[in-house]
Design a protein around this ligand. Structure first.
Ligand code: NAP
Length: 258
């Protein structure tokens, strides 16, 4: 019997089998959670469907997180099809690649700033608003977002994404403070570097991984499975006393002065 039998969740942000969202989905599904997956645009539909159908009972829904009506439709459909909602995972981020290259003050445009914050941070608030009434039907829920250390420290090449992640983490705290009264917990995982599609948009990403491997207390990079299992802990009843936290899953890199 799984720890999450009878529970349901929505996963935003599976692009392919290397996505952090997919690792999280596998951990949650292993413990019995039934999942809905979203994809952005037809380009990703086939790949997400292929992965999702390997997990029994999954739903696959379109959602561009810049469109409020699509976010609302996801939670309406999940409510109708699953009859309850316990969790959603926000594993979505974007900044135009050219805005992450070159000096921060020169390459960060007003439009790029708005888009990065819209997709990577505001979307969490929009999702939480739509999920809340569905969570309330079964007495609460849990929300999990993915962030990175570049929110608080300057990481070469992370630039604009660092600002978007700082905003996302503040959002986690404000949502946690508000929604706690409804027994809805909101947390984030700050993952060490993992070689995914989104990560490849960051200049010098391979160097960043080597650096982490060399300097982190565990002398290696984090594995996708480890991020998935930490997510499982945070959304499960085992973490019922934890909200508003940013938990590092980075082989300890953040504790080292470099
Ligand atoms: P990924 O597989 O590329 O996932 C990023 C996801 O965001 C993709 O599914 C992408 O879809 C989606 N997305 C972008 N714009 C969207 C939009 N407008 N509407 C809906 N979805 C949209 O990369 P990942 O590394 O697993 O990233 C997942 C999360 O982990 C992100 O928040 C990232 O910042 C965070 N994180 C990653 C690392 C790392 O080293 N990889 C470390 C710490 C935190 P498209 O492909 O269609 O754009």
């Amino acid at each position: 019997m799984g720890m999450l039998d009878g529970r349901t969740g929505v996963i935003f942000g599976v692009a392919n089998s290397r996505s952090i969202a997919w690792a999280i989905a596998q951990s949650l599904s292993r413990e019995g959670m039934r999942l809905a997956f979203t994809y952005q645009g037809e380009r990703l539909k086939e790949g997400v469907t292929e992965l999702a159908t390997t997990l029994p009972g999954s739903l696959i829904l379109p959602c561009d997180v810049t469109i409020d009506s699509e976010i609302a439709a996801v939670f309406r459909t999940v409510d109708r099809e699953f009859g309850r909602l316990d969790t959603f995972v926000h594993s979505v981020a974007f900044a135009p690649k050219h805005e992450l290259e070159g000096p921060f003050s020169e390459t960060t445009s007003r439009e790029g700033f708005k888009l990065a914050h819209d997709i990577s941070s505001y979307s969490l608030v929009a999702m939480a608003r739509e999920a809340t009434p569905v969570f309330e039907k079964n007495g609460g829920g849990s929300i999990l977002a993915l962030t990175y250390y570049g929110s608080t420290k300057v990481i070469p090449g992370y630039n604009l994404m660092g600002l978007a992640k700082a905003s996302l983490e503040a959002g986690v705290r404000y949502l946690a403070a508000e929604l706690g009264a409804k027994n809805i917990r909101v947390n984030a995982i700050s993952a060490g570097p993992v070689n995914t599609l989104a990560a490849r948009g960051i200049r010098g990403f391979t160097t960043m991984m080597r650096h982490h491997e060399k300097l982190s207390p565990l002398h290696r990079n984090v594995e996708l499975r480890e991020v998935g299992d930490a997510a499982l802990f945070l959304v499960s009843p085992m973490a019922s006393g934890i909200t508003g936290e940013v938990m590092f899953v980075d082989c300890g890199y953040n504790i080292v002065a470099v």
